[in-house]
Every structure is written in C-alpha cells, then in structure tokens.
Design a protein around this ligand. Structure first.
Ligand SMILES: [Zn+2]
Ligand SMILES: [Zn+2]
Length: 285
C-alpha cells in the first residue's frame, strides 16, 4: 500500500458558497465541483461578456452546470474571453467542443497538448497495473481519443503571459501529459495546478466519491512520464502557494497545504508513482 499524505480539514481553503454550487475561494476565482473533476472560473462577479476565463470543461454531461454557473456568476448569457485547457484528458474536455462553439471562444493550450485537441493524436493507454483502487482497472474504458477544436485552438504565448488573464502566468508542468500547464498569480500566491498535483486520490472509487483530502501526485493510471511529473511537482512546491486549486479534490490553503505539497515534492518518487514503478519499492515476499 502506498503511503499518502493526509490533509486535515484545517487545510481546506476558506470559501464563500456562490450561486449555482460555485465555491468562491478568491473574489475573482471560483470553482465548480462536477461529478469527477473541477472546472475553474476566473473573473469578478458580473464581469460581463468576454470578461472572464473558463479553465477546463469537465465531463460531457457537465455542460449545463457550467453554463448555469457562468450565467449566475458573470451575467446571463455572457461568454468567456477564452477557454484555457490545463490538458486534454476526457474528464477535462468533455464540454469543450460544445462550449467553445456556443460561446465562439478561443481555446488556449500548450502547443504540446494541441495534438490531443485538434484530432491528431490519442493519449497513450492507461497503466492498468497502477495501484490504489479499482479506477486503474476501469481506466481502459475511459475515452482517450482526441477532440477537434482546431478552428479555435491557440497556443499559449511563449513568454508565459496570458492576455485574457492579466496578472497570471502559465507554467509548463508536464508529466501527466506532455503539454500540461498550471496557472500562477504571484500577487496573492494562487496556484491552479490542473492534474500536476491533486488533493484527493483518483485511484479508488471510494476516494473519488468521498474526495478524501490528501496531497497526491497526478492520477496514477494516466501519467506516462513520472520523471517530468516529479520536476513539475517540485516546481510547483517551490512557488510556495497560499491557495491551491486542483483538477480533483477540494481547494486547499495555508501552511498545512504547503507542508503537504513540499512533502510530496521532496519524496515524490516514493509517494506518487504506482508502486510497480517505484524505484525504491521493496521486493514482494
Ligand atoms: Zn488528467
Ligand atoms: Zn483529471
């Protein structure tokens, strides 16, 4: 059994319950917990048309909830300035084609993630030997084929800025996928980490349902490059974030979160990869 880093409820980010099930963790940042995954809405309430940005688009069935949340927070029918994808896994792009069309919104992603967003390439098969629960065994059933939003797809600018998100920078955090990015705002030390690190287990069906608070590396069965994933986790820990919003699990904040993030980064190879890939794994008797 792999060691995990538990997080107490004291590490939960202070939040205000917003309309349409939104969790507001900054005056201009709220997230929606859909069945499997979080989507993040960045922008002040009533920001108006093109005054906000959607980060990730959840699963296919989550479209109505995203539209309702955006309408409640920013104004009825208002469109985002852009949709930014941390990466292109099925549980993060489910509503992407429908929403980018309906909103005529550009889709921002790292160039290395474009093949999975413009119909060129499928993700590699999952690691069904990954431990931690039933999900790795079910993972072959999860869709891996690319969506095609090539008409709207734009590369994130090389200098790390995001025109639609002043004050934010994107950081290349590969490992979980080749073009995975995280978002960082230095002024209030806010980190939106996608799946580079997550705050609940994604391997056990129980944990997915209960969202037990733990600091984790990226989901085990869908992470092909653990060396890059370790570098990315260390880069994120080195930022010393005050607030951490991830693709799975609840937003966490403060010194307990930071301590857990550093512990994960410092012992990544012993904690994060599947047991069968861990270099230091003891031989099974
Ligand atoms: Zn993912
Ligand atoms: Zn995910």
């Amino acid at each position: 059994m792999t060691v995990q880093i538990p997080l107490s409820d004291e590490a939960l980010a202070p939040e205000r319950a917003g309309p349409a099930h939104l969790h507001e963790v900054r005056p201009d940042l709220a997230y929606l917990r859909t069945a499997l995954v979080n989507v993040v809405l960045i922008g002040h309430p009533n920001a108006g048309d093109r005054g906000w940005v959607l980060v990730d688009t959840g699963i296919t069935g989550g479209r109505e909830a995203i539209v309702a949340a955006a309408g409640a927070r920013f104004g009825p029918g208002v469109r985002p300035a852009a949709i930014l994808q941390t990466h292109g896994h099925f549980d993060h792009i489910g509503a992407l084609e429908a929403l980018s069309d309906a909103w005529e919104a550009p889709v921002l992603a790292h160039p290395l993630e474009h093949p999975f967003l413009d119909g060129r390439e499928s993700y590699p098969p999952p690691d069904t030997k990954a431990d931690g629960g039933i999900m790795p065994k079910l993972a072959p059933l999860f869709p891996r084929s690319p969506v095609d939003v090539s008409r709207r797809l734009r590369a994130l600018p090389e200098d790390g800025t995001i025109a639609e998100l002043p004050g934010w920078r994107w950081l290349h955090t590969p490992g979980h996928t080749p073009g995975h990015v995280s978002l960082w705002r230095a002024t209030d030390r806010t980190l939106v980490a996608g799946d580079a690190v997550i705050t609940t287990g994604q391997e056990s069906a129980y944990e997915v349902a209960a969202q037990t608070a733990e600091m984790h590396g990226p989901p085990r069965y869908f992470t092909p490059d653990w060396t890059a994933a370790a570098h990315s986790a260390r880069d994120l820990a080195a930022l010393d974030p005050e607030l951490l919003v991830t693709g799975h699990g609840r937003a966490m904040a403060g010194p307990l979160m930071r301590g857990a993030l550093h512990r994960l980064a410092d012992h990544f190879e012993e904690i994060a990869p599947p047991a069968h890939l861990q270099a230091a794994a003891p031989p099974t008797p």
